[in-house]
Design a protein around this ligand. Structure first.
Ligand SMILES: Cc1cc2nc3c(=O)[nH]c(=O)nc-3n(C[C@H](O)[C@H](O)[C@H](O)COP(=O)(O)OP(=O)(O)OC[C@H]3O[C@@H](n4cnc5c(N)ncnc54)[C@H](O)[C@@H]3O)c2cc1C
Ligand code: SF4
Ligand code: SF4
Ligand code: SF4
Length: 326
């Protein structure tokens, strides 16, 4: 029966581990922790009998689930924008969905990412928390390490998750692999993600150009450039120059649009300040159509050429992963 030792040798110590954090939540004895950016059972524990829960819960021990269609199954795709106030990465749709689901008691909390700019996994339980987590923080966030904490310490049993496609793939894997954790995961909001950048490199660039993290208003990828928007200036650098900033595990990842989420959200395909929203499931549709009906979000159809470009970007990511894996 494969246990922690196999997880470490086959997944964690190879490029397979995407640092999603699930194995940390999976261990019922809290033996696995984050150590220097990777999950680790710090030392051999007498009580660890290689029970295989951590190994079985890791989605990388089975294949990534990718559909035949380039952005996966969906009910509809729209451009959308939250109509209220606040500061958001794009159209503020992720945070609007979380607030609405919480108001309607569809969720009692969420595992999210917080931090001034450095991504930190965070258990959110109220609207103020959801708002504080808004904005994209480039860098790896082991969002799912907090599932057990949310259930046991925060006593939550209706959780949303917001994450990149690797997180959403992992949550989907838990449905079969770990009912103890998955029974609390009731809503998944996936982000688009072509690649991530190690936060340490972004922090070094900020040091180099003399920017404090608190001066930075937004970090985004626009027209093939990584753009750091600060109060008094913008700095941009072509993404093609940043290959060494991309974690190795991202090169093997095929899912661009979080194909297994209830709702997927990204900027590609929509004008600045708007989000492209892929509504995939009945649950996602019920929530999103209420946001539209109550005027909390405005929507417009996504032009065919933009949808085609989104699909092409998705295909490009698959092809890159196939080449890297060969
Ligand atoms: C690493 C990364 C790469 C991305 N790449 C693309 C891309 O290639 N193309 C594209 O169209 N869109 C990409 N996105 C998505 C985009 O940046 C926005 O997150 C998305 O458009 C939602 O905007 P919003 O205004 O609705 O979100 P907001 O309402 O501002 O909420 C943002 C949410 O993102 C979560 N979050 C922040 N940082 C992270 C992180 N590091 N890991 C997991 N969750 C996080 C927070 O928990 C928060 O709930 C990427 C996002 C991330 C995190
Ligand atoms: S569950 Fe996630 S963090 Fe743990 S080994 Fe697997 S990919 Fe890495
Ligand atoms: S007790 Fe089980 S889940 Fe925890 S580290 Fe050991 S093998 Fe993994
Ligand atoms: S490219 Fe894949 S592995 Fe890397 S952060 Fe995005 S979804 Fe995760």
């Amino acid at each position: 029966m494969p246990g922690y030792e196999e997880l470490e040798s086959k997944i964690i110590q190879t490029n397979m581990c995407t640092v999603c954090g699930t194995c940390i939540s999976a261990c019922p004895l809290y033996y696995i922790q984050m150590v220097e950016g990777k999950p680790k059972r710090p030392k051999k524990k007498a009580a660890c009998k290689n029970c295989s829960v951590c190994f079985d819960s890791c989605y990388r021990t089975s294949g990534e689930i990718i559909s035949d269609g380039s952005i996966g199954q969906y009910l509809r795709v729209v451009s959308a924008k939250y109509n209220g106030s606040g500061t958001y990465q794009d159209g503020g749709i992720v945070t609007a969905v979380l607030r609405y689901a919480h108001d309607m008691q569809l969720i009692d909390g969420a595992v999210l990412t917080r931090g001034s700019r450095m991504p930190m996994p965070f258990v959110a339980t109220c609207a103020e928390d959801f708002n504080a987590c808004a904005m994209t923080r480039y860098g790896v966030s082991p969002v799912l390490m907090n599932i057990r904490t949310a259930i046991v310490e925060h006593e939550l049993d209706k959780l949303a998750v917001v994450g990149t496609p690797c997180h959403i793939q992992s949550v989907s894997h838990l449905q079969q692999a770990n009912p103890e954790l998955s029974s609390a995961m009731v809503l998944s909001i996936g982000l688009f993600c072509s690649e991530n950048f190690a936060h340490s490199h972004i922090a070094e660039l900020m040091d180099f150009i003399g920017l404090e993290e608190e001066d930075v208003e937004k970090v985004t990828v626009l027209n093939g450039r990584l753009v750091i928007q600060a109060r008094d200036r913008n700095t941009s650098i072509p993404v093609s120059d940043l290959k060494t900033w991309v974690p190795n595990h991202c090169l093997f990842c095929k899912d661009y649009t979080s194909e297994l989420a209830d709702i997927s959200v990204g900027s590609e395909g929509s004008p600045e300040g708007w989000s492209t929203v892929v509504i995939r499931t009945k649950k996602g549709e019920e929530i999103f159509s209420e946001l539209e009906r109550t005027g909390q979000v405005s929507t417009s159809g996504i032009p065919v050429n933009e949808l085609e470009r989104l699909m092409e970007a998705s295909e490009r990511k698959r092809k890159r992963a196939t080449i890297e894996s060969a």
